[in-house]
Design a protein around this ligand. Structure first.
Ligand code: MG
Length: 413
């Protein structure tokens, strides 16, 4: 008989207001569930899943374990459908069970997984992840779009592609593992693995042999690194069973761990959208819409006074193009560079931004009046050369000659 020793703990972390993680540690079943879906939903989802899992696992076979996970899924789904407040809830689940393998006529360990909580095997001083994340970044890594290192800090790393209770049925990964004395199995929510790297986790498992102490230390370290999420850790140590111990320690060290994959996990993994994922995409689309609207508004909601050759004209847009929004000619005026002071020309060449077309008209009138006043002062006898004759600018008279009007929206020549 395999003898087990274990420790477990869950912690709210340093940031969250509730703890939506749940765990069970009661031989022969150990599990971590990380709930999601609103203030109340996450807690209900993870707790419900584990209650059903535990009550449905009695015969201790892998078939029964798979069936228990499916029942847990159905229960969370049903609860969510019946209660509007719990409508979008779901949960991850990673569970380890001691099962009786009838074929091998021995006890084995089985690990089931849905979502991005994780199972690890710590054997011979090395930490191996023995579950695959059902997450968007994991799929991106598999597709070669990003590296495993980039996945650790990717802004979309919290999007899961599979979860319990978000659909009436669920696809479950199940792996079997032949236990060896000295093995340590770690189950944890992403609140641990987002804060600590494999080396840090392995360091604690190597240093602290007591599973309770190791559990507490991992949670403390995750909180010291920010504790941005709920943190849940279950450690199960394989202690006894001479039958399963390797006779040659050297051989054992060289042997790499390869879990046997049942048919369930050989199926192609679909990219299902979860509530969390859909919400994320909707939020991104909304943000992009707002950003695009702001750019359009910024680019198109203003006018500026500039020059087209010698002629003073009014453009819609910005003097410096914003993205693909080019300026368009809004109006041509009957004023030219000779109607304004030379000191105004640099500003006109650069483009004088105005918040409305009326402001643009006023700006031109002011320039023309300013020039007229200056010229009058410079020629007190009033005998001005005809080409410098001041013009009275009546605000009620439009600056635009009828023949010079250009339909708004026409592009710059
Ligand atoms: Mg979490």
């Amino acid at each position: 008989m395999t003898s087990l020793r274990w420790g477990s703990a869950t912690d709210i972390g340093m940031v969250r207001e509730t703890n939506q993680d749940s765990c069970i540690a009661a031989e022969p079943l150990f599990a971590v569930a990380d709930g999601m879906g609103g203030h109340q939903g996450g807690e209900v989802a993870s707790a419900t899943a584990l209650e059903v899992l535990q009550s449905s696992f009695n015969k201790h076979t892998k078939e029964e374990l798979l069936e228990a996970v499916r029942r847990a899924n159905a229960k969370v789904w049903d609860k969510g459908q019946l209660d509007e407040n719990l409508h979008n809830m779901g949960t991850t689940l990673v569970a380890l069970a001691v099962i009786h393998d009838a074929e091998a006529e021995q006890e084995m360990l089985a690990i089931v997984n849905v979502g991005d909580s994780r199972g690890y095997l710590f054997r011979d001083g090395y930490l191996h992840q023995i579950t695959s994340d059902h997450s968007l970044v994991e799929e991106m890594v598999r597709a070669g779009e990003i590296s495993a290192e980039e996945a650790e800090t990717h802004p979309r790393r919290n999007i899961v592609t599979r979860a319990l209770g978000v659909e009436p049925t669920v696809e479950v990964d199940l792996d079997e593992l032949q236990p060896q004395a000295g093995d340590r199995i770690l189950l944890c929510s992403d609140g641990l693995t987002r804060e600590l790297g494999d080396d840090q986790i392995a360091g604690v498992l190597l240093r602290l042999r007591n599973p309770d102490e190791a559990t507490r230390e991992l949670i403390t370290q995750a909180k010291n690194h920010g504790g941005n999420d709920n943190i849940t850790v279950v450690i199960v140590d394989i202690e006894g069973d001479s039958d399963n111990q390797p006779t040659d320690a050297t051989t054992s060290k060289r042997k790499s761990f390869k879990p046997r994959l049942p048919a369930a996990s050989a199926k192609p993994r679909g990219g299902r959208l979860t509530v969390r994922m859909i919400g994320f995409f909707l939020a991104v689309i909304a943000l992009l819409g707002v950003a695009a609207g702001s750019v359009v508004w910024y680019a198109r909601a203003s006018f500026y006074v500039g020059l087209d050759g010698e002629q003073i004209v009014i453009y819609r847009g910005r003097p410096d193009p914003v993205l693909w929004f080019e300026k368009t000619l809004a109006e041509r005026t009957n004023k030219s560079t000779s109607d304004v002071l030379p000191s105004a020309l640099p500003q006109l060449q650069a483009g004088a931004t105005q918040s409305s077309i009326d402001d643009a008209h006023n700006y031109i009138r002011n320039l023309v009046s300013e020039a007229a006043a200056a010229r009058q002062t410079a020629q007190p006898d009033g005998n001005l050369p005809s080409n410098l004759e001041p013009q009275y600018v009546d605000p009620s008279v439009p600056l635009v000659p009828e023949s010079g009007s250009i339909p708004p929206g026409s592009t710059t020549p």
